[in-house]
Design a protein around this ligand. Structure first.
Ligand code: GTQ
Length: 375
């Protein structure tokens, strides 16, 4: 049976909408349209698909292809003119909402030594993953943090934040991740510029990490009640150490290798209400099995090289490349090296899926758990 015959069969047998146009019906639809209405059966199969059908497409952006053009923005616009000097990832299926995938936005921000972008706050939750350069800092609600390569930093919704690079630093590039498209879809997006443009540093530099990142300990009597993590910066060295230690005592996940979530140390839950993040290690020679999940993922390779097969399409990545996995598409990962580990940073909307009771996960059942490669 051809696929359209098959769909028709499913629709007839399973009671889905299956009404052929007649001149009388077309005239009827026009009349309904003039009344600000429409017949459900003309859209039912589209608005109630059998399973999620992502409009985002799997994509990989190679850092080598982008870096020069990201740096070129330094000469073309100032942070004052641009507000934020960012080249964002424009998924061809999601251009209308400026998303990298699903309802997630992401881009590469560049700042030169001595530059600071004005302080602001918004409904969107945001994060940064540092890619290159020395002397980057961010100030979140008065907590100034110094940032190095592969550090992960939060700017939760509603917090004042500004970023910059120290006078004696070098040009810095980091990846931004925000749920701007989700906030706009929910029509709940507010944006404010700080009345002083720049906010004060109200605490000792890097105090959030000193207070909240200590191995299994937390300051006695501190009870953090805000709906996001009190730990705002997760440094690379302890992250990599945690993965390396776990790899020694665990087989890890068949789908993700050694996968660890960045957590809110107060609750053990995700770092922010709408965005979660993880770092995973693929051990030398490791090749994972395919699964799919409700939820959208933006990955950045933090170390090593390898490939991922997303919906039958192979994407080869190395350090600093960014790729996306749209909702409900099978994906599996492989490390290219037999001697070095590879690490993937990811952020995702699983906290939203879980909070709304929508999280689902399914293993690829055929072919020993590996997808056929179609392209
Ligand atoms: O620094 O909060 O890439 O508001 C896009 C929008 C970064 C930010 C972006 C933003 C930010």
């Amino acid at each position: 049976m051809s696929s359209s015959r098959h769909d028709q069969y499913r629709e007839e047998v399973l009671g889905r909408a299956n009404v052929a146009d007649t001149p009388e019906l077309v005239a009827y639809y026009e009349r309904l349209e003039s009344l600000g209405t429409a017949a459900l059966w003309t859209v039912a199969n589209k608005i109630e698909p059998w399973e999620p059908v992502p409009s985002s497409v799997p994509m990989l952006w190679r850092y080598d292809d982008l870096r020069e053009d990201v740096l070129k923005a330094l000469d073309l616009v100032t942070p004052e003119q641009a507000g934020r000097r960012v080249i964002y990832f424009d998924n061809p299926g999601r251009s209308d909402v400026s998303a990298a995938v699903g309802w997630l936005y992401s881009g590469l921000q560049v700042m030169g030594p001595g530059e600071v972008a004005s302080s602001h706050r918004h409904s969107a939750s945001a994060l940064r993953f540092i890619m290159e350069g020395q002397g980057a800092f961010t100030n979140v609600d008065g907590h100034k943090m110094t940032l190095g390569a592969n550090d992960f930093v939060l700017t939760p919704n509603g917090t004042w934040h500004e970023h910059g690079v120290a006078e004696d630093g070098t040009t810095c590039i980091w990846q931004d991740g925000l749920d701007i498209p989700l906030m706009n879809a929910l029509e709940a997006n507010f944006y404010e510029v700080h009345p002083d443009l720049s906010q004060a540093i109200s605490y000792p530099v890097d105090d959030s990490t000193a207070k909240w990142a200590s191995a299994g300990l937390k300051p006695a009597g501190e009870n953090w009640s805000k709906p996001y993590s009190p730990l705002l910066k997760y440094e690379w060295a302890p992250t990599y150490e945690a993965l390396s230690k776990l790899a020694k005592v665990s087989d890890g996940s068949a789908f993700d290798g050694i996968l660890m979530d960045y957590i809110n140390p107060q609750t053990g839950g995700p770092v922010m209400q709408t965005i979660g993040a993880s770092m995973q290690m693929l051990r030398p020679g490791e090749k994972t099995k395919a699964h799919r999940q409700t939820g959208n993922f933006v990955y950045q390779c933090a170390k090593g090289s390898g490939h991922s097969i997303i919906n039958g399409q192979r994407f080869d990545w190395k350090e600093r490349d960014v790729f996306v996995v749209p909702a409900w598409l099978y994906h599996e990962h492989a490390n290219a090296s037999d001697s070095e580990d590879a690490c993937l940073f990811a952020f995702h909307d699983l906290p939203v899926m879980r909070a709304l009771g929508l999280y689902r996960e399914e293993a690829f059942a055929e072919n020993g758990g590996h997808q056929p490669i179609l392209s």
